[in-house]
Ligand binder design. Structure first.
Ligand SMILES: NC(=O)C1=CN([C@@H]2O[C@H](COP(=O)(O)OP(=O)(O)OC[C@H]3O[C@@H](n4cnc5c(N)ncnc54)[C@H](O)[C@@H]3O)[C@@H](O)[C@H]2O)C=CC1
Ligand SMILES: O=C(O)C1=N[C@H](C(=O)O)C[C@H](O)C1
Length: 404
């Protein structure tokens, strides 16, 4: 159970966040901090200052004001507690303070915790790289009438991302005012803030060219997306080493396939052929292997046919002779043994949201005529055994197929 302290608990985001955490079986809010501690009823203690916190805390999540930053960093640094900073409106000095603290504790900072906006930032950067200086760039953000900072932290983060495509060569122009009577310069990124009503948060990035306009829109429909993003961030950093983390770290971990590695490069595969489909008989075989300290790895069983079943598993090459002698003790047991096998594993959070990952894997291997012997999978990983001579070829093929 991850124990959370929410800073800014009595604000709009603090309340939505504590409601979302109450629904999460792996997290609990143990305390809150707020400048107005009695403004709301909460089912946990709320303090005005960090010095009064007596609860054990695993992670701090902050949705408050930039003024709270020094106390949050002091508390987190002193107790070595990771912090998720979601507040916006930080000054350059605040950002330096955050960077310095991240040398000692894990800090996750994002002006916008929604996945969609972070994708919008990436798309805007890509569009900028493609369009270059041929298109003028303007960012328009709209927020509710309670928001105190302008422009939004998100608009600034989008501008910074776009500016990376221009090696930092863009200048930010905030709004357009009557005192400036001059045409816009190509180096400008115009940033405009609109405030009113209950708008949760709109961000529009406009690329304005000759006779054509490209717009990349994002609209937040509820504040829950920010709360869910902050929860994801807290789970992500609560056991990480010191460092400064962002949504990009989460997104790259969500790729369909984020890594491939060889687990065992000197394996053997044994196939038990047509074993009677009787649980006790099968249990006896594996019991005998276990009693002789044969360590089984990837194991898979085919669907039984006519009361017989094939079972395949991998073992270390050093266990082959002992395994063969154990199996020969079972009357009539047929088996096949292949040596010089490598087990490769691919992993990626995004696999669970994507169809056709196995098809893509097989196609990549097929293009290089690489045969697989056993394949097993979970929601986020696929392990497969191939001939050891194909290890490098297979890693290259998969790396290219999944853009690793
Ligand atoms: N990163 C993200 O995805 C998002 C960031 N935000 C940002 O989070 C912040 C809070 O937003 P809301 O909840 O809408 O604001 P809010 O005004 O409703 O709540 C702020 C809360 O912080 C408290 N507070 C003010 N100064 C404090 C201090 N020095 N120490 C402790 N508590 C203090 C206030 O009493 C209030 O309860 C804003 O900066 C906003 O821009 C909001 C939504 C999403
Ligand atoms: O204050 C808000 O509400 C929001 N603030 C963040 C920002 O300034 O970018 C994120 C989101 O747009 C909502």
């Amino acid at each position: 159970m991850i124990k959370v302290l929410i800073s800014g608990i009595n604000g709009k985001m603090g309340q939505i966040l504590s409601g979302c955490i109450a629904e999460d079986e792996n997290m609990v809010v143990v305390a809150g901090i707020d400048k107005m501690p009695d403004a709301r009823q909460n089912p946990f203690p709320v303090y005005e200052t960090f010095s009064r916190v007596i609860e054990s805390v695993d992670v701090v999540i902050d949705f408050s004001r930039p003024e709270a930053l020094p106390d949050i960093l002091a508390f987190s640094s002193k107790k070595n507690i990771p912090a998720v900073l979601a507040t916006t409106g930080y000054s350059d000095q605040d950002k330096t303070m955050i960077a310095n603290a991240s040398a000692h504790i894990p800090i996750f900072f994002s002006a916008n915790m929604s996945l969609g906006v972070n994708l919008q930032m990436e798309l805007s950067k890509k569009a900028s790289e493609f369009l270059g200086d041929k298109f003028d760039i303007e960012i328009v953000e709209k927020h509710h009438n309670q928001k105190v900072d302008a422009p939004s932290g998100t608009a600034l983060a989008i501008a910074d991302k776009i500016n990376e495509a221009f090696s930092g060569g863009k200048q930010y122009v905030y709004g357009r005012t009557p005192d400036v009577r001059a045409k816009r310069d190509v180096k400008e990124i115009g940033i405009h803030a609109v405030r009113g009503g209950t708008v949760v948060g709109d961000h529009d990035v406009l690329f304005l060219g000759n006779d054509e306009v490209i717009e990349i829109h994002h609209r937040a429909m509820s504040k829950h997306i920010f709360a869910e993003g902050a929860i994801r961030a807290a789970k992500f950093i609560h056991d990480k080493p010191a460092g400064l983390y962002s949504m990009q770290d989460i997104i790259s971990g969500m790729k369909i396939v984020s890594s491939i590695y060889a687990e065992d490069e000197n394996d053997a595969i044994i196939t038990l052929i047509g074993v009677p489909h009787e649980p006790q008989h099968i249990a006896d075989i594996f019991d005998a292997l276990a009693k002789n300290s044969v360590n089984l790895d990837t194991i898979s069983q085919a669907y039984p046919q006519d009361g017989k079943v094939d079972i395949v598993f991998s073992i270390s090459s050093s266990d082959i002779e002992i395994a063969k002698s154990v199996l020969s003790e079972f009357d009539g047991l047929r088996y096949d043994c292949v040596t010089d096998i490598t087990k490769l594993t691919i992993e990626g959070e995004g696999m669970q949201r994507q169809f056709g990952v196995v098809a893509r894997l097989f196609s990549a291997l097929a293009a290089d005529h690489i045969k697989t012997y056993i394949m097993t999978n979970s929601q986020t990983r696929i392990s497969f055994c191939i001939g050891s001579k194909n290890t490098t070829k297979a890693i290259t093929a998969v790396t290219q197929a999944f853009g690793l």
